[in-house]
Design a protein around this ligand. Structure first.
Ligand code: COA
Length: 163
């Protein structure tokens, strides 16, 4: 069984991530979306919120699971019996960092490979921080995140702004 792991912070999931999730799920038997419990970056959304948004956006697609992990990605891979990481590449600027991560992960476990999928052209400029910035100032995010989660994102920033 070919299992792919798509890791990230998903703070929040965007249409760019969904594009990779949908296309990656077609080239494997099971896709595991792995949400990092990130200690170095302070997340805008809690782990529960990030997982809830991913699950809502993914819906009932049968071969996709959402997990959380902390610590090393390679250790998580071992725990779910997976050997292949999938990542999206948006632009040349992503390449250097992604190459470093791919080589580091392979150095930590030489059975692990990383596959890269080119992000669709209309998502090249998109990132979670762009979405957070737009939502914070109350600008439209409907074109950039799955429709089912846009109201939740607005609400979260409205509440944060009121505090
Ligand atoms: N479309 C749109 N945006 C995308 C995207 C896509 N296809 N792919 C990534 N992005 C954006 C994200 O939205 C995020 O944007 P932001 O920084 O503006 O918020 C940015 O790219 C970075 O993505 P992120 O989800 O934070 O992932 P990452 O590439 O930084 O890597 C892990 C996260 C989980 C893969 C990595 O940190 C990891 O493996 N950590 C575990 C510890 C470990 O094993 N480290 C390696 C050895 S030390």
């Amino acid at each position: 069984m070919r299992v792919l792991v798509y890791p990230g912070s998903f703070d929040p999931v965007t249409n760019g991530h969904m594009d990779i999730i949908e296309r990656a799920s077609k080239i494997c038997d099971k896709l595991i979306v792995a949400v990092l419990v990130n200690h170095s970056k302070t997340a805008a959304f809690t782990m529960e919120e990030r997982i809830m948004m991913l699950k809502k956006a993914i819906g009932d697609r049968k071969n996709i699971e959402v997990h959380s992990f902390s610590g090393l990605l390679v250790d998580f891979m071992k725990s779910v019996n997976a050997k292949t990481i999938i990542k999206g590449l948006r632009a040349v600027s992503d390449f250097e960092y992604e190459m470093q991560m791919a080589l580091l992960n392979r150095n930590l476990d030489n059975e692990i490979d990383t596959l890269f999928m080119m992000t669709s052209i209309n998502n090249c400029f998109l990132s979670s921080s762009v979405v957070r910035e737009l939502a914070r100032i109350g600008a439209g995010i409907e074109d950039y995140v799955p429709h089912s989660i846009a109201p939740f994102i607005y609400e979260k920033f409205k509440k944060a702004g009121a505090e």
